[in-house]
Design a binder for this molecule. Sequence first.
Ligand SMILES: [Zn+2]
Length: 324
Amino acid sequence: MFMELKYAIGVDLGATKTLVIACDTKGQILVEKQEKTPTSEGKEIVIKNTLKMIENVRDSSVLKERLFLGIGIGYAGLINYDTGIVRSSIMLPDWFEVPLQEKIEKHFNTDARIDNDANAAAYGEWWIGAGRGAKTMICLTIGTGIGGGLIINNQLYRGPDGTAAEFGNMTIDYDGPLCWCGNRGCLNPLASGTAISQRTVERIQQGKQSRILELVNNNLDEITPSVVAKAAVEGDELAGQIIAETAMFLGAGIANLINALNPDAVVLSGGVAEIGELLINPIRQEVLKRAFAIPARRAKILKAELGNKAGAVGAAGILISSLT
Ligand SMILES: [Zn+2]
């Protein structure tokens, strides 16, 4: 019998951008649209804009002959996956107890699922990205902050409250810098993109000479992890130091996770992971020094493959897998 062609829609709803894609049941992207999220205009406008973007994608002519399976959403906040409710978000501040899944299901008269954006990105990388074939996989999304996702035995592990895999809030330095979560010395304030930029600015303000200053025309606000990486490649001492410290913090955190979970793969995504081997190679060395030898040798530490599409593709994948 003729196999019917199907598609699902995946949404990555973040504080700065909203990405909506349509993909087939193998994760192949058929349509994609991206817009700035109107975060400052409040929750209702953000929801309205998201619904409109989904409609636009759904009405694309290339999808006409295909059966619509439903909508998966990755959202930058604390989600109850079972009820489909957004509980809160630090990125989108006026969201409390929002029944987003129900709103979307009613509007489109179809199935919807909603999950945390880092979970969605982890699922995407596991489904069709760098973590393909891993039974147990850890994903760290290292951007402005650090998010985490965890696949155990081919399934996303969310925990009873949906708060599992908050790897950015593991304590690395018990007396370290304050984190947004209230704790000190989490991985977040040590190794996130924000932390890398801040630490670099502080050292320069303390009088450390660096080529970074030329690269940003003396404008300290323009220092980003990719600028630091560029200076490190050019042999700049401060930049090299910052990268080495960041690799040590991440390596310590990942060694903890490897000892705890014995994963097949650790996938690093987000802007900071885009630095690539310059950062990932010293992370591997640090992990080998710190973790038990057997699980450390097993766990492949890999750069993510799906870039900024992991969350949207993963959200669609979560929806598709929930239907079968
Ligand atoms: Zn924290």
